[in-house]
Design a binder for this molecule. Structure first.
Ligand SMILES: *[C@@H]1O[C@H](CO)[C@@H](O)[C@H](O)[C@H]1NC(C)=O
Length: 211
């Protein structure tokens, strides 16, 4: 009788064991679960480089088609892995430099051309003016990784640069760092010839599958 119970117990434990796995085509990021990343232990990231340059609306819909959301890096290892994926995506388009859209946007109260608001807390600090939507990624590290002189909060027409890209850039203090951009444009209308600001792709993230 005891043997039968023990056997039943083992079967139950083995049957219940399952593993988490990222879908094919996604990178696997092992994370330390914390309150700031909704206790995420595994996060799956796919970078997509469509034929045409993209704005943030298009980037979000590309992620949606993959059952995922706009995402970003949580630590330096992830920053370098996503940057390598960006380099490879650019190489496939015969480009040395370029950028990719990440999760991240200016706080709504900081989306203004009013300099008195932009120069006051929380809008005046690179670590507090922006936030992210994907709750599986702790954005603390991301906002310590601005390119030199960014976020610039440059104005165009009635708007201010309020979205975020990761760039491969010829200058070392801007390379593999983040930059604030105008959400509605594929290239900056302020500097349309600067190819290193063009949005060639996007980083999308999702939870793994159980197997
Ligand atoms: C983003 O790009 C798409 C495709 O080119 C375009 O239809 C759309 O108007 C753009 N969205 C915004 C908000 O500018």
């Amino acid at each position: 009788m005891q043997k039968i119970l023990l056997f039943a117990f083992i079967v139950a434990v083995v049957a219940d064991a399952c593993t988490l796995k990222c879908p094919d085509g996604f990178m696997t990021f092992k994370r330390t679960p914390t309150c700031k990343n909704s206790m995420t232990s595994l996060w799956c990231v796919k970078t997509i480089f469509p034929e045409q340059l993209i704005n943030v609306t298009t980037a979000k819909s590309l992620c949606e088609k993959e059952g995922s959301v706009l995402t970003t890096f949580e630590n330096d290892d992830e920053r370098l892995q996503i940057s390598s994926a960006l380099l490879a995506g650019l190489a496939s388009k015969k480009q040395y430099y370029g950028a990719m859209i990440l999760d991240g946007h200016r706080l709504s109260q900081c989306q203004t051309q009013d300099r008195s608001i932009l120069s006051a807390s929380p809008c005046n600090s690179p670590t507090t003016a922006f936030t992210t939507d994907d709750k599986h990624t702790d954005n603390t590290f991301m906002f310590l990784n601005w390119a030199a002189t960014e976020p610039s909060a440059s104005f165009y027409e009635k708007g201010v640069e309020s979205c975020v890209q990761l760039g491969i850039h010829p200058l070392g203090d801007r390379d593999k760092k983040i930059n604030d951009i105008l959400c509605d444009y594929e290239k900056s209308p302020l500097n349309p010839a600067a190819g290193y600001f063009w949005n060639f792709g996007v980083a999308c993230g999702r939870l793994p599958d159980y197997q």
